[in-house]
Design a protein around this ligand. Structure first.
Ligand SMILES: Cc1cc2nc3c(=O)[nH]c(=O)nc-3n(C[C@H](O)[C@H](O)[C@H](O)COP(=O)(O)OP(=O)(O)OC[C@H]3O[C@@H](n4cnc5c(N)ncnc54)[C@H](O)[C@@H]3O)c2cc1C
Ligand code: SF4
Length: 563
């Protein structure tokens, strides 16, 4: 059942339920389905609104401001970098706003995680991982885009890469029968994109899952910590003798008085209503008593809810935040070539020759490879935000956009930042700068090979008119002996791929959860979204998040019995 503001005449209290999931995106949606199917009573709180396919459409700005976080681009800044973060905010989360390019969770990444102590992620020793992946690919109808369905922009990438002799492929996508309308980032009006809304969440309703939309979870309250919940029972551990007996009695009395171990508080608003000029939207209070809580609000919100709730064991919450920054390069083609990059599937081809998945191949250079190049030209408003340049220069490109093609580089960053209650700090690393610079050069070569007349690179102010100028890209790495290139705030970096903030790890002093996704220090509290990832993955990540959520759901089922 989907419950919205209009369905509530007054404040409401729910539960006790087995699980309260905060966030309904890639991770939260998958967990809702698998836990409900296993017989657990599940309530999902989703901050964004519910938009059935009929309400999704081509009005770009209108849709983006509804299915994505209202600011659309949230700045994450560091000492010298600025990365604009984009995230979905609706029933189905980022999967609804996504171009839905799909990759399996890479084995090399799982191997990294095993080295970090996440033993159950060993693909050699845990055959279930492969089974989860195969199951999800089948359930979500993941298949490559047919050759004849690539639009001009994507054909340009394919032609250029072919001529360069580097590996490219048709992207895999979870789509049942694509109408190629080109509106993936506005949500799929035809309901054929197999996002979390059309799949897991819809399926979970068969098992009586309740999803509250417009419901922003505010805090998670712990009603009674148990002796196992270090550090929340730190006092208990420190106490001895009669003091310990007193404390045990106090905890037991709290347990008997509370409906469940956790209480989650939320405000339900009409998520589709325009923001009023003064004050906030009218709201209903919602209180959910739950035996377990799964944090799945995306890394930024998951960290912030925990911090606000003062749940921050060993100060780890908000740390190890990572992203996969992207940068957009544009190329102008002759006037007799109508490209119209926004028509047809936006993102259907990728150059994966330099992807991290090939890190064990002899040609792979770890200092400058580790990126994907995708053709992802979309509708004009979104493009104006990520195209290189500003002012008159940007206006000139926008006016002539149907003769321009775009290729973005997405890098597997090794940099970490931090999320606090009111700030997000991140700086790209020197290696990231090298990889992004090399990726810009590769994209430049691909464009010129495909017949481009001019390239506006993602490096601030660098326009190339001929292949002879390509080496200019490398000169941008240094200025007055200092490293620059993409390590400046003017570089237009953005990312929809976010990780960390409540990572899994073996060591409770440096990680939030164990490899089953349950908090080391507070039993019954789980993390089921990208927040749990200790590293970036180097590929488009929604499927990786679903695979991990699928595993966490199975681990949950093995550990917890429905009440
Ligand atoms: C425009 C765009 C394009 C993308 N394209 C691709 C792509 O082609 N391929 C790919 O693999 N990935 C893509 N991604 C990334 C992918 O969608 C995300 O990585 C993925 O959805 C993240 O999953 P998650 O579960 O961590 O969080 P999300 O899917 O973001 O889900 C979190 C949910 O929690 C909700 N929430 C936040 N705060 C609260 C709160 N306080 N209370 C209740 N609910 C809350 C949010 O509204 C959101 O719905 C794209 C992302 C964007 C934004
Ligand atoms: S391009 Fe295909 S998957 Fe994307 S919105 Fe259109 S019909 Fe849906």
């Amino acid at each position: 059942m989907i419950i919205q503001y209009q369905d509530l005449t007054q404040s409401k209290t729910v539960g006790p339920v087995d699980v309260c999931i905060i966030g309904s995106g890639a991770g939260g949606g998958a967990m809702a389905y698998y836990l409900a199917r296993a017989g657990f009573s599940v309530v999902v709180l989703e901050k964004g609104g519910y938009y059935p396919p009929a309400e999704l459409g081509r009005k770009e700005l209108y849709m983006l401001t509804r299915i994505e976080a209202p600011t659309i681009f949230t700045p994450a800044t560091g000492e010298y970098s600025r990365v604009s973060l984009i995230a979905g905010q609706c029933y189905g989360g980022g999967t609804v706003a996504s171009e839905s390019v799909t990759w399996d969770l890479p084995k090399v990444v799982m191997e990294d995680w095993v080295k970090l102590g996440l033993k159950s992620f060993d693909p050699e020793k845990n055959p279930k991982l492969e089974a989860y992946q195969a199951e999800l690919n089948k359930l979500l109808s993941v298949k490559p885009v047919a050759m004849e369905h690539h639009n001009r922009c994507n054909q340009i990438l394919a032609i250029g890469a072919q001529r360069e002799g580097i590996r490219w492929k048709s992207s895999d996508r979870p789509v049942d029968f694509c109408f190629r309308c080109g509106n993936c980032t506005q949500g799929c009006h035809y309901g054929v994109k197999q996002d979390a809304a059309n799949t897991f969440l819809t399926w979970s309703h068969k098992f009586k899952t309740e999803v509250y939309c417009g419901a922003e979870a505010d805090r998670v309250k712990i009603n009674f910590p148990t002796e196992a919940d270090y550090p929340y029972s730190e006092k208990l551990k420190a106490a001895s003798g009669s003091a310990k007996d007193d404390l045990l009695r106090e905890l037991a009395s709290r347990k008997n008085g509370a409906l469940a171990k956790f209480t989650v508080t939320a405000r339900v608003v009409d998520a589709k209503a325009p923001a009023p000029r003064k004050g906030g939207l009218d709201y209903r209070s919602l209180t959910v008593h739950s035996h377990n809580v799964v944090m799945a609000a995306g890394p930024v919100a998951t960290s912030r809810i925990l911090l606000k709730s003062k749940i921050n064991p060993n100060g780890v919450v908000g740390t190890k935040f990572s992203t996969q920054p992207g940068s957009m390069n544009m190329a102008r083609f002759p006037q007799n070539i109508e490209i119209r990059g926004w028509d047809g599937i936006n993102d259907s081809t990728e150059i994966y020759h330099y992807a991290d998945i090939f890190r064990n191949e002899p040609y792979y250079d770890k200092d400058k490879h580790g990126f994907l190049c995708e053709s992802a030209l979309s509708l004009p408003w979104g493009m104006a935000n990520i195209l290189p340049g500003a002012g008159k220069e940007l206006l000139a490109v926008m006016k002539d956009l149907n003769h321009w093609s775009g290729i973005e580089a997405i890098i597997k960053s090794d940099a970490y930042g931090r999320i606090t209650e009111d700030d997000i700090k991140i700086d790209i690393s020197e290696r990231d700068n090298e990889a992004m610079t090399f990726a810009t050069w590769v994209i430049g070569r691909v464009f010129f090979r495909a017949g481009a007349r001019e390239i506006r690179t993602a490096l601030p102010g660098l326009t190339l008119k001929s292949p002879n100028q390509l080496d200019e890209i490398f000169k941008y790495r240094f200025q007055n002996g200092k490293r620059k290139g993409f390590m400046v705030k003017q570089a237009n970096l953005y990312s929809g791929h976010h990780f960390g903030g409540a990572i899994m790890g073996a060591d409770r002093t440096s990680s939030f959860a164990d490899d089953t996704g349950e908090c080391h220090d507070l039993k019954g509290l789980w993390v089921g979204d990208g927040s749990s990832f200790p590293t970036t993955v180097g590929v488009n990540c929604a499927m990786s998040i679903m695979v991990v959520a699928r595993k966490i759901a199975d681990d949950f089922i093995a550990k917890v019995k429905p009440a």
